[in-house]
Design a protein around this ligand. Structure first.
Ligand code: HEC
Ligand code: HEC
Length: 452
């Protein structure tokens, strides 16, 4: 829980430097090693600034730092009309078959052509923007890397590098002809390496080890239900609340794809508008109806939920597993075959599992905030943006706990931490404010979990 994402990458860079130096000691007067640019910093610059000669968008247009590197309707509502997200509204060349502005603004849905660009008017999917956190824990599978909601959004091998190229072709073009070199330029190998390094540095670097000694009875019961293979059955697919299958059941399969029936939910918000929303066939061309399992530690503060943003609340997304859409789905039937029944939780239990997901999300927010504050202490120039992210993370911890009526005393400590981080960001008594903020975060964590 205390790993610093950048530590790992820094030591890799240091390793490169040392090796170079050892080679050069063979010379009589060793030259100092050439400065190695930090690929994470370079990737961050590209992610937020590089437009690849396209329509003005960057990766950060949809994966916003203020929104956990995802995008919600609430955030979209704060953007000015000329934000590059809205190119379909402002650039006549992109008015048709590029985005659906209504579905984007109301439900945060983005148009994607996972099955190819041959029939733009009819062959597309409307999907939510996933966060890009903890990807080092959630992509690898025995069948190769699984990126995007269905694992097939990338041209080529499905890796993060390939996915980045796919994102440029999908989201950046000047016209829907999508001719490389005319409508956009493709990222270079160096740019793809840097983007990958930056994305892998974001968020959690390792899985939890459940059960945690949670202090709140509601969240603690939620954790038991989550882990119970005869009751919640969640841990079978979301092992340790991450994105991988339980190795006791699936071996080292890693990140697995399932058809959990989300597409069969009745009354999906986007469908209620009457706009054209073709069925999303998931993995492959044509698709097999499966989507890959997302990590849950980061879920509570990154709704709306599922690939099509069809459920707004974390409680609702737990309750999804009680319904016919799930229990009649191939994944639901798999559970029936293996355990004799599907999933059938009562209202108290739904709220308990959601409380568990809220609390582990808040713990992750606290871990990330402390990490960002420590990094802000190390890096003079970058401190402002690190503090801004720390503030977002602390705000999210308040949001997920208060939204479930959980741990009011922890919320009070978190509110105090927020005020102190704001003080530090405004340049008032920076060192002292950061240290006091860390102490307040510690007290908040102690409310949630027995000392670790
Ligand atoms: C117009 C909005 C938009 C832009 C711009 C955009 N993305 Fe995305 N991103 C999405 C959507 C929607 C998905 C889900 C796609 C899918 O399911 O295949 C996604 C998914 C991803 C994922 C998969 C995350 C996961 O958990 O599997 C990665 C990685 C990613 N984007 C990286 C990038 C990079 C790098 C860029 C810039 C080159 C970029 N995106 C630009 C909307 C966007
Ligand atoms: C058979 C495997 C499986 C089981 C069992 C399972 N899940 Fe999932 N879960 C998935 C898959 C696959 C998705 C992605 C579905 C989609 O978007 O279409 C998902 C998505 C989710 C999401 C949405 C995450 C997001 O970021 O949008 C939540 C929340 C969730 N599951 C919670 C649970 C809980 C709680 C349980 C137990 C009650 C559970 N899951 C049981 C496979 C499973």
């Amino acid at each position: 829980m205390t790993m610093k994402p950048r530590g790992k990458i820094r030591s890799v860079i240091a390793g490169v430097g040392v090796a170079g130096w050892i080679v050069s000691t063979a010379c009589p007067r060793p030259e100092p090693p050439p400065p190695v640019t930090d690929p994470v910093a370079e990737g961050e610059r590209i992610f937020f600034n590089e437009m690849f000669n396209g329509n003005g968008r960057t990766c950060g247009t949809c994966h916003r730092t203020e929104d956990n590197f995802g995008l919600t309707p609430a955030f979209i509502a704060t953007l000015p009309p000329d934000d590059p997200l809205f190119v379909a509204e402002t650039n006549p060349n992109l008015a048709q078959n590029f985005e659906n502005p209504r579905l984007m603004r109301e439900f945060g849905l983005i148009l994607e052509n996972q099955d190819g660009f041959d029939d733009l008017a009819n062959n597309f999917n409307m999907r939510g923007v996933p966060h890009t956190l903890a990807q080092g824990t959630s992509i690898a599978s025995a069948a190769g890397p699984r990126t995007g909601w269905s694992g097939d959004g990338a041209p080529g091998d499905g890796s993060l590098r390939a996915f980045s190229t796919g994102a440029v072709i999908q989201h950046f073009p000047l016209t829907t002809n999508r001719v490389a070199g005319v409508d956009f330029r493709l990222p270079t190998d160096e740019e793809l390496d840097a983007l990958e390094a930056f994305m892998l540095s974001l968020g959690r670097q390792e899985d939890l080890d459940l059960p945690l000694p949670l202090k709140g009875v509601v969240a603690a019961r939620g954790q038991e239900i989550f882990l119970d293979n005869t009751l919640g059955k969640c841990n079978a697919c979301h092992f340790n609340a991450g994105a991988n299958g339980d190795p006791n059941i699936f071996g080292d399969a890693g990140n697995l794809n399932f058809d959990t029936g989300v597409e069969d939910l009745p009354d999906q918000p986007a469908d209620l508008t009457g706009e054209l929303v073709p069925p999303d066939d998931g993995f492959g061309i044509p698709g097999d109806g499966t989507f890959n399992t997302p990590p849950l530690v980061e879920a509570a503060d990154t709704g709306p939920f599922f690939h099509n943003n069809s459920v707004e609340t974390i409680e609702g997304s737990v309750a999804f597993y009680n319904g016919d859409a799930f229990n009649n789905s191939p994944a639901g039937q798999l559970l029936v075959g293996a355990t004799g029944s599907g999933i059938n939780l009562d209202a108290t239990q739904v709220v308990e599992v959601a409380a568990f997901l809220r609390v582990i999300n808040a713990l992750e927010n606290i871990r990330e905030t402390v990490d960002l504050l420590e990094r802000s202490q190390e890096s003079g120039a970058n401190a402002g943006s690190l503090l801004a992210r720390a503030l977002e993370e602390t705000g999210d911890a308040v949001f997920v706990l208060a939204g479930g009526g959980l741990h009011p005393r922890a919320v009070a400590h978190l509110e105090r931490a927020k005020a102190l981080i704001e003080r530090a960001a405004a340049g008032h008594d920076y060192q002292n404010a950061v240290e006091q903020a860390m102490a307040a975060l510690d007290r908040a964590r102690e409310e949630l979990v027995e000392g670790q």
